[in-house]
Design a protein around this ligand. Structure first.
Ligand code: 26Q
Length: 817
């Protein structure tokens, strides 16, 4: 309940908006038009708080974190905003009175899909927590014209469709041309000696104008509204005839094109580096604009730039924003006139770096040629950072050239972004305890040995406001009924539920809510996939980006194995199971896309086989994204978290499932380790090799999948079905590449890189345990409730408080209205 919320005024505003924006009365308005009208009305409600929040920050002269990220996977804003202003009931009533269903209106909004997966969604959860906790923060990113592509499934194959998310406008954003900033690319650097000092002047460059759009990030029930600032690009001087005369015609066209292409589209790679020139342009574009703006804002109130770090901290979301470091150095050296040592002091006390992956193919390395051509002055600075860093390595390890080779920022013709980020940050953090340990002891061992004080862990978290309060209203109300609503802003409080876990009536209530949510998802699946699924079956779910290390392939191979068992033994006693997948594959990732086809081919055969009596169903949910994720988590019984141990830095869907009372079926990887620690190993289904074992095999060899293939007839049969046309009669060779990846990779790579065959038996065993466990309804309900009760650690509120305490050192601000 929001005491200040005036229903009558709100209703009036909605009606006026429909009239003024569309020249219609409410009964003539389409749902999309009503959505627009409601969204603008909500913006009216929060605008004063937005202004007041920033006034308060100014007044307090509060230190601010800038969360710099190429991705913010925000999802829809309306429903979340209504929840955070605590006016969901009121808005629902107003819409009821106007003859509209709030859920239908919410469904009109496109997802803001300015991100790929975990890293982008983490940024969005962090913004929610920062605002809710009252910390001064900006998110800084790019206003991509097209976000993450829409996925269509055609004939079982993924087809990518552009995500034209801005086509109906974006009601919550505000364009801020007054903060437009020029960003320069290319050209050359002229050195001029003035008053005995060298000046570095970039000439012959191309530039674009960066124009920010601000989006409100609303704290829960506290009047705080922070800002997500995303930058658009515009041509600098619109084409004029003069340029003809000056012979600059070509350049004018190029500048115009640069502005258009730079923010055109989000790169759809997740955990994979693509060394594309445009990607580096995007990085420098939004970083230069954000850093310039932060410095300008600081200077409006302070005259000693040497104390910049007292008021500003830059958090680098992976290496993608690492040009922050040389860009800040450039501004301090070339524009503010600081000495190198002074500038370095400021930079290294301002920047902190988060690592999200240990996958070597995700490490960013830019060819010197490209980097120096695109960013000539920035490259000079990187060279000097590298020169001094090497000096430092040599003084610490005299004569040890191996160390230089392994740690240099520039080596082998490449600029290594992670090494620069580590060298110039005061903090380096991993995103789950196990991940941080692997960074310290394996991937970044040399850096850890040289500067151990920088390394720290910040286990990821998620916002319960979106993923329980908004996504699962039935369960949210039930929890509040039992223990009050403190959990909304203090998730550990949810532990109070534990005493109800063994109570028969509570178990029944809980399982009934799960059942209602399964009906809701079944309806969605029927509407979108045309497949009937039984809400009484076990909903066994794997939703995340498609990547070999996440092993969706192992999941579907196991489904094939189960199907074989059912065919051999039609009376086999098993609890009906619905295997649900959702995953986008990077457009260029062939094997990932083929895995989607395999899942759909297996689904086709199994779902149409009458002889198995509907005991097995396979569903691939098209276009997995934040908005349908909320429905999926709420309905899940089993959470598949089955990455090869050591490969998943943290995972965050594991936490969202837990929050919604699904049991984890997973490996001891990423944050799964900590989830099991919280809920107890007996309330989860853990299987597979440990990260130590995996790393030992990787270092010493000794794994031969062919042995397993030759000795395990069930596995052999499943693999043969990949190449005998069993699931693809029209094209028996279709899945040959997948078969080869498991058994006989021709290249120098080891076969079965991700140990699918090695872990298969123990995976199947874990599934058997799920089947047995689900039959004991009381045990299952108790375990599910205990998962909810023990998820308190995994709120992003806790994660943010740790960042604040150990890295950012911010103070909370109160906004009175
Ligand atoms: C890099 C260069 C060029 C193009 C694209 C990229 C790129 C883009 C996105 C590289 C990596 C990503 C995304 C990585 C990511 O999402 N990592 C996930 O981060 C989560 C939040 O910390 C973790 O929970 C996941 O374990 C981790 O995989």
């Amino acid at each position: 309940m929001n005491k200040g919320f005036d229903k009558a005024t709100f209703k009036r505003t909605v009606l006026d908006n429909v009239k003024n924006m569309f020249r219609r009365t409410i009964d003539e308005a389409t749902p999309q038009q009503v959505f627009q009208a409601v969204a603008y009305a909500v913006k009216d409600v929060i605008i004063d708080e937005w202004i007041a929040t920033h006034k308060e920050y100014e007044k307090k002269d509060a230190k601010t974190v800038y969360y710099l990220s190429m991705e913010f996977l925000m999802g829809r804003a309306l429903g979340n905003n209504i929840i955070n202003i605590c006016a969901r009931e009121e808005v629902k009533e107003v819409l009821d009175e106007l003859g509209f269903d709030l859920n239908v209106i919410e469904d009109q909004e496109p997802d803001a899909a300015l991100g790929n997966g975990g890293l982008g969604r983490l940024a969005a959860c962090f913004l929610d927590s920062l605002a809710t906790l009252g910390y001064p923060a900006y998110g800084c990113g790019i206003r991509y014209r097209y976000g993450m592509f829409k996925q269509k499934i055609e004939n079982g194959f993924q087809v990518e469709v552009p995500d034209d998310w801005l086509k109906d406008g974006n009601p919550f954003e505000i364009r801020r041309p007054e903060y437009a900033t020029e960003v320069k690319f290319g050209g050359y650097v002229r050195i001029e000696n003035r008053d005995g000092r060298n000046r570095f002047i970039q000439e012959g460059y191309q530039s674009v104008m960066a124009v920010p759009y601000d989006l409100p990030v609303i704290g829960y029930g506290n009047n705080v509204v922070n800002t997500l600032r995303i930058w658009d690009a515009q041509p600098i001087n619109t084409f004029n005839l003069d340029s003809f005369d000056r012979g600059d015609y070509q350049k004018a066209v190029e500048q115009e094109n640069l502005a258009k292409t730079i923010v055109e589209v989000l790169y759809p790679n997740d955990n994979h580096y693509a060394g594309k020139e445009l990607r580096l342009k995007q990085q420098y574009f939004f970083i230069s604009a954000s850093v310039q703006r932060a410095v300008k804002k600081y200077k409006e109130k302070h005259d000693d730039i040497r104390k910049f770090y007292d008021k500003v901290v830059f958090q680098l979301n992976d290496t993608h924003p690492t040009v922050t470091i040389p860009e800040l150095m450039r501004i301090l050296l070339d524009e503010e006139g600081l000495t190198w040592d002074e500038a370095w002091e400021v930079t290294t006390r301002t920047c902190a770096y988060t690592n999200h992956t240990i996958m070597s193919e995700a490490l960013e390395k830019w060819p010197i040629e490209l980097f120096s051509r695109l960013l000539p002055r920035i490259y000079q600075i990187v060279e000097e950072i590298n020169r001094r860093f090497i000096e430092q390595i040599q003084s610490k390890y005299p004569g040890n050239y191996e160390k230089v080779k392994k740690m240099a920022i520039i080596y082998d013709g490449q600029v290594k972004m992670a090494y620069m980020a580590i060298a110039a940050s005061f903090s380096v953090n991993g995103v789950a305890r196990l991940h941080t340990e692997i960074l310290k002891n394996e991937e970044l061992k040399d850096f850890y040995q040289m500067m151990p004080e920088k390394f720290n862990n910040k286990t990821n978290g998620i916002t319960q406001r979106r993923f329980l309060l908004h996504g699962n209203p039935l369960l949210a109300d039930w929890v509040t009924d039992k223990i009050g609503d403190e959990w909304i802003t203090n998730l550990p409080h949810i532990e109070k539920l534990a005493i109800y876990a063994s109570d028969y009536k509570c178990q029944q209530e809980f399982m009934n809510i799960k059942y209602q949510n399964k009906i809701r998802l079944a309806k969605y699946i029927k509407e979108h996939n045309g497949v009937d699924v039984d809400p009484r079956s076990i909903f066994d779910v794997q939703v995340k980006r498609l990547h070999e290390y996440k092993r969706q392939l192992m999941n579907i191979l196991h489904v094939m194995y189960l199907y074989n068992q059912l065919k051999d033994n039609p009376n086999m006693d098993m609890v009906p199971r619905t295997f649900i997948f959702g995953a986008k594959a990077a457009a260029g990732y062939k094997r990932a896309k083929l895995t989607i086809k395999l899942i759909n081919s297996v689904a086709d055969v199994i779902n149409n086989d009458k002889t198995i009596n509907g005991r097995l169903k396979v569903v691939f949910i098209e276009d997995y994204r934040v908005s349908n994720a909320e429905l999926i988590f709420a309905a899940a019984d089993v959470s598949e978290q089955i990455s090869t141990a050591s490969k998943e830095a943290s995972g965050t869907s594991n936490m969202k499932f837990m929050l919604n009372g699904a049991l984890t079926l997973g490996t001891m990887d990423g944050a799964n380790v900590e989830i099991v620690e919280e809920v107890g190993a007996d309330r989860a289904f853990i299987f597979g090799m440990s990260s130590d074992e995996v790393i030992r095999y990787e270092n010493n060899g000794g794994y031969n999948p062919m042995e397993i293939f030759n000795n395990d007839q069930d596995i052999r049969r499943v693999l043969m079905q990949l190449i005998n046309g069993y699931f693809s009669p029209q094209d028996p060779e279709l899945f040959r590449d997948i078969y080869n990846s498991l058994l006989n990779t021709k290249s120098s790579d080891r076969a079965d890189t991700y140990f699918i065959l090695k872990d298969f038996r123990s995976y199947a065993e874990a599934h058997k345990k799920v089947d047995r466990a689900y039959r004991d309804e009381a045990w299952w309900a108790e375990s599910a409730i205990l998962n909810v009760a023990h998820c308190g650690k995994f709120t992003s509120d806790r994660t943010i408080e740790e960042y604040v305490r150990d890295i950012w050192h911010l103070s909370k601000v109160q906004v009175e209205m």
